[in-house]
Ligand binder design. Structure first.
Ligand code: T46
Length: 139
């Protein structure tokens, strides 16, 4: 496992326990318990206009859990060889994106919220923002 060899087939959706009762549901993520990396940053995307897409980059080192906290969207992953798409629409499911994967997120439903748990702080130097650079780096 590593930036160059990481594949879209290593990115998976994990089911997280939903604690449900008559007054609603709660889902919990805890470091060293049910997430395979230590969370250093949480951010969320919202107010995405209809037809807009996000992402369009890869990371050298970042691990992320993506959750549809509300609504739904499609996540397209590309490792330079293979592509795989995921549909997220459940707050008790998380998509793990490992380093070395190009991603685009599209088809945001109205009012949707994309919650991201990340393994590191915001570092612009961890981004590859040009697809041709990504393909070069994966060789
Ligand atoms: C990813 C997808 C799902 C910050 O200042 N701090 C942050 O932690 C983040 C995430 C962004 N920013 C700034 C940098 C840009 O000026 O917010 C602006 C938009 O960032 P970006 O174009 O990277 O946004 P997305 O939605 O395309 O990508 C983000 C994450 O950057 C990325 O890691 O996987 O969400």
């Amino acid at each position: 496992m590593g930036f160059k060899s990481n594949s879209v087939f290593d990115c998976k959706i994990y089911n997280i326990t939903k604690i449900k009762n008559i007054s609603g549901s709660i889902t919990v993520l805890q470091n060293n318990k049910n997430i395979p990396f230590e969370i250093k940053r949480i951010y969320y995307l919202y107010d995405v206009p209809s037809g807009e897409s996000r992402g369009g980059h890869a990371h050298y080192n970042l691990n992320q859990y993506l959750v549809a906290a509300s609504g739904s969207f499609d996540v397209d992953l590309d490792d330079g060889n293979s592509k795989k798409s995921f549909f997220l629409n459940k707050p008790d499911q998380a998509l793990h994106i490992i380093p070395g994967i190009w991603r685009s997120i599209r088809n945001f439903s109205s009012g949707s919220i994309l919650l991201v748990m990340a393994s590191d702080f915001y570092l612009e130097e961890d981004y590859i923002r040009t697809y041709s650079d990504f393909i070069e780096e994966k060789k």
